[in-house]
Design a protein around this ligand. Sequence first.
Ligand code: SF4
Length: 657
Amino acid sequence: MEDRKITVAASAGFCFGVKRAVDIVKKLASEGGKVYTFGPITHNESVVDELRAMGVGIVNDVTELEGIKDATIVIRSHGVGREIYKAIEASGNKTVDATCQFVKKIHNIVDERTGKGEFAVIIGDPEHPEVKGICSWCNGPFEVINSPEEAERFASKNNSNIFIVSQTTYDTHKFEVLVEILSNMRYNVTVVNTICNATEIRQRETLELAKNSDAMIVIGGKHSSNTRKLFEISREQCENTYYIQTHVDLDLSAFKSFRCVGITAGASTPKTIIKEVLEVMSEENFEQMLNDSLKTIHNGEVVEGTVISVKEDMIALNIDYKADGIITRSEYTNEPGLDLRTVVKEGDKMQVKVLKVNDGEGQVLLSYRKLAAERGSKRLEEAFEKGEILKAKVISVLGGGICVSIDETRVFIPASLVSDVYEKDLEKYKDQEIEFVLSEFNPRKRRIIGDRKQILAARKAEAMKALFEKIHVGDTVEGTVKNITDFGAFIDLGGADGLLHISEMSWGRIENPRRLFKVGDKVKAFIKDIQGEKVALSMKFPDQNPWVDAETRFAPGTVVTGKVVRMPDFGAFVEIYPGVDALLHVSQIAKEHIDKPSDVLKLGQEVTAKIVDFSLADKKISLSIKALLAPEPKNEAASEEAEAVATEEEKKDETLA
Ligand code: SF4
């Protein structure tokens, strides 16, 4: 450790006025007889306690004098009012006046000047005993002013001459501000600066010392106004300023890293207290006492600390021990590669477990993860017993399953329990937050097993129940295409899948369902049948049935136009209406002989033909282009033969479809 520099303010401690008063009391006490001080001799509890131990009592009020006889009453350094002297005299006790000469001077000034008719302005704290005493020595009008607002409001009734005095321990700068305000009024102002030199010097020294120190110690009684003022001045210059009454109040760990420490003390602080503080802060003692003041720790103990620095993979913690603690990434979290700067910052408080008091390099090895895991383990045990649904992020994907982490406790979910359907690729779960229940909890054997499948299965069963309660045959439903096969598509209805068979996809002919749908498409269909959990769907809505009115729409002799949609060798099928294909037999395409339709037609080609036959029962329509051409001598036998061939070939086509 580098040398620490400690500087004590030259005038720190007792001013001569307080010292004189304390010496007077000690001398009287040592001479025997009953000794009292009127009020505490100084605002320092240690001094008061010391005098009390010597048998010195305190009179707080004149009424207490009644029970005191043949005693010596010492007036303290900051003086009292005129009436107190009279009361002591009246009680028959002896008065020893230890009022500081600076304070006595103020008493005399206000006594004399107010006696001559001047108005006294007393700048100070109206509640301070010294100010109360000064007021009592006035023979005429006076006012106590303690703020610029009060100074602005000041108005003496009939006096044009005012004189200003001050509480001896008042802040010099503040005094000057108030004097400035009062001087700019219409009065003849006389200023008598009665601020004590001792106060001014201490304040100036404190200011300079604080400017050049890493930390400041201000020693004095909590009720001492001059010590509080020193504290405020110091803190403005040095944020690490500590206000203590004695060395016992020192928090040595706070000074560990300060190289330059200043010490100052209020005018009511005895040198002995300053000396004690100085001794504690001296290098050898500091080290020893610092070590003594720091706690001892043991492996396995849980301690609290404050983060003093964070790196990507390591945290340093002040645990109020002589060495700082270290948490490596793996002792912070189960999550590999986590940047610790994203989760922890300087100043954070953490509870940790001590792994090793000395890691060999003088640091303490700590674990946040183990402590969190212990707590996590308790929480998991409760969740296991209650069957509670837990939620956690997947931190790793292994060959046989996935791992999640709850409060730094790992839970393994086997692949078979990850989902209610077979999951080929578990990687998609990485970093996802998932829900699960615990199916096994045995931390001793390191078996904490999660189960997501049962949650999904239960939710599906619920959804299925709700679905089947609300759907009926004939209902129109909406769903999402989940899977497509050659024979149809499975539609997710939200609770169960419905099968939309290829034959139910359209009133027309569908060659391949994949040309009509893709997975994820929204589909509107109606429920054709329900058998147990099997739902058959259909998109052949009756009101869209093209065969309604077909008898009149497609009556033989009607000329229609449509596109060629298929061409087997025996003819071409022409879509003459959405969902209605009619056969143009090869023999009916032209007058001349054609081997096969593709010799003269193309798929998608638009053709116009006449309906030559219609069967509603068989849903069959026959076309003829030839019938539109100029008539030729009729050959009944040939025509009948062509029709017979067409019927035969159509039957084959139907069988194939
Ligand atoms: S601070 Fe000044 S006025 Fe007050 S007792 Fe000390 S010397 Fe006297």
